[in-house]
Structure formats: C-alpha cells, structure tokens
Write a protein that binds this ligand. Structure first.
Ligand code: VGL
Ligand code: ZN
Length: 198
C-alpha cells in the first residue's frame, strides 16, 4: 500500500510574473516541500512545450489567448506561450525541494497535442509512462497538489482515479486559473469521480 505525492507543474511560468501566472501560485511551495517528507514516492511534473506548440494562441492566425479551438482530439483552450523547453519560465520554482523527487515527468512535448494530465496527453490515449512507474512500485494511493487546480491538477486526478488509484487532492496546496467557471466545473467532476478534496 505505497503512497505517492504528485506535484503538478510548480514552474515559473505558472507563478506570479510568469507567462501564464496563476494567482498565488508561488505561495504553495513551502507547504508542498514539507508535505514531501510524508511520502514513499514523490513525482514532479513539468509542462515542457516545444516553441510553436499547438496549444499556443500565437501558433494560430487571428487567435488570442484564452479563445477555444477544435483540435482533432477535441476542444482546446489556446494559451499564451508558456513553459517553452529550456526557458527560464519552464524551470521548476527555485524554492521547490527537488531533492526529494524520485522522478520528473515532462509533458506537452508533442507539438500537435496538449497534455494537461500527468498520465495521458489530451487525446486521452497517448501515455506518459507514469501509470506503469507507479504501479510497478506498488503505489495505490496518490495525493495531488500543484498548478493549476482546474487544468493540470484536475486532469491528472481524473486520470489517476480512472486508472484505479485512490486519489486525494489537497486543495490548499493548489491554485486555480478559473476561466469561465472552470474551477467549479473541476470540483464537480472530481467529486463525481470519487476523488477526495481536502
Ligand atoms: C496548464 C494550461 C496550459 C497547467 C498547463 O499546468 O494547469 N494549464 N498548460
Ligand atoms: Zn501547457
């Protein structure tokens, strides 16, 4: 009955001053560092897009950030350019305790598909390998924290629940983007999937 802490996208671009800043995104770092001590396995994720990624509004003529488009895999929010591979914005927050991390999963590397979830790209089919990693270690319980509650945390939590893990989202250690009611919708979806929110 091993447990794992999954720390989603605590990166400079999602913190105040970053390209896709989540309000108070940096404030969760000290308590996430403390929480890491309680887990057998710690996984960090890092949003890691090539320049010109298809989730960037700048890659689509006439489109602005936060507009929606239809991609072959479904509707997609268009974002400001963010977390470009190797940029300062893509770095994990400098105060995040990376020494406790067993593995860092990079996602969103396919130019044609966004990847909110730590487990699957937004086509809901292409795996990152994290499921196999955790199951090989005997992990059954996952606690999820990080950025943003209503996007990458939510999609990671829903996938984890679907894969049979027992999932807890520590909402005090997450912060949200909250686009058009997305935070409320995320909470409802997580409740419906049997995820505990504390
Ligand atoms: C995220 C939007 C685009 C996230 C990543 O980490 O929640 N949101 N890329
Ligand atoms: Zn992204």
């Amino acid at each position: 009955m091993a447990n794992a802490l999954i720390v989603i996208d605590v990166q400079n671009d999602f913190c105040p001053g970053g390209a896709l800043a989540v309000p108070e995104g940096d404030q969760i770092v000290p308590r996430i560092n403390a929480l890491m001590q309680d887990f057998d396995t710690v996984v960090l994720t890092q949003d890691w897009h090539p320049a010109g990624h298809s989730s960037f509004a700048s890659s689509h003529d006439g489109k602005s950030p936060y507009e929606m488009i239809d991609m072959p895999y479904g509707p997609q929010v268009l974002w400001p350019d963010h977390c470009v591979q190797g940029s300062a914005g893509s770095d994990l927050h400098a105060d995040l305790d990376v020494t406790r991390a067993n593995v860092i999963i990079r996602k969103g590397t396919n130019p044609a598909i966004d990847s909110y979830s730590a487990f699957f790209e937004n086509d809901q089919k292409t795996p990152t390998g994290l499921e196999g990693y955790l199951k090989t270690l005997g992990v059954t319980e996952i606690t999820m924290v990080g950025l943003a509650t209503d996007f990458c945390v939510q999609f990671s939590a829903l996938d984890a629940a679907r894969l049979g893990f027992q999932v807890t989202v520590r909402e005090g250690l997450c912060r949200a983007i909250d686009l058009d009611g997305s935070l409320k919708a995320a909470k409802n979806a997580m409740d419906a999937a049997g995820i505990s929110r504390i």
